[in-house]
Design a protein around this ligand. Structure first.
Ligand SMILES: [Zn+2]
Length: 232
């Protein structure tokens, strides 16, 4: 069961379209896996649309209190019917699929299905060291890097903290660290205050976004440097 969800401010920025693509993909992919956040996103989208509609209304002409209550009722009724139309149209017309999209990836002999938010890339190239493999997404967000990260069975990432933030969306499989065990769909946001050593028994595929290299706490070695380059 999913235990870790995007926090409220991130969800709000997501529905308002304010997130950079790297994080928007993460929230969108989480929502696809999490019925609870799907509901929250629908609710927030409705509230946000209602608010901007009301702002537009009130900015044009001042109204009496009674008129504005009546207008609110009208607004709600209009909005409900508009929302119903949108939902109906969404189910009536299937989304067109681009033929070049990658819908699955294969890592170390296991094939994984990708969430829709991660299917718009026509080619991914994988690099790895030991049990860790990653494919960076071509998002061009300067220091922010987004990747698909695969850790093979019995693999581990050496103990580290983060100089910036590290977002991990677990897409498939499981991993465990000092804070517990994570399952597919978990949305894990860590920063410099978190120190952990992720390891997986069965292997896992994650989508990760970070804005700085990891800081390994076991010292510096060529192996750690290599792992650091693959992960960030
Ligand atoms: Zn959720």
């Amino acid at each position: 069961m999913i235990k870790h969800h995007p926090h409220a401010a991130l969800m709000q920025d997501y529905v308002e379209g304010k997130l950079p693509l790297s994080l928007s993909i993460a929230v969108s992919a989480h929502i696809e896996l999490c019925p609870y956040c799907q509901q929250q996103a629908d609710k927030l989208t409705a509230q946000t649309a209602m608010r901007s509609w009301r702002d537009a209304e009130t900015s044009t002409e001042p109204k009496s209190a009674v008129a504005s209550v009546e207008a609110d009722f009208d607004l709600q009724a209009n909005f409900d019917s508009m929302f119903a139309d949108i939902v109906e149209n969404e189910t009536a017309e299937p989304v067109a699929h681009k033929p070049a999209e990658i819908t699955t990836v294969e890592c170390k002999g296991t094939r994984y299905s990708l969430p829709r938010a991660l299917r718009s890339f026509d080619s991914l190239s994988w690099h790895g060291i030991g049990k860790i493999t990653r494919a960076r997404l071509p998002l061009e967000e300067q220091e922010v890097r987004a990747s698909l990260l695969h850790i093979d069975k019995q693999g581990t990432i050496p103990a580290h903290t983060h100089k910036g933030y590290e977002l991990t969306l677990l897409l498939a499989g499981e991993f465990t660290d000092e804070n517990g065990t994570y399952h597919a769909g978990d949305f894990i946001w860590l920063d410099a205050s978190n120190h952990h050593t992720p390891e997986t028994k069965e292997g896992c595929l994650c989508y990760t976004v970070s804005n700085a290299p990891l800081h390994f706490t076991q010292g510096v070695s060529q192996l750690l440097n290599g792992i650091g380059k693959v992960i960030y």
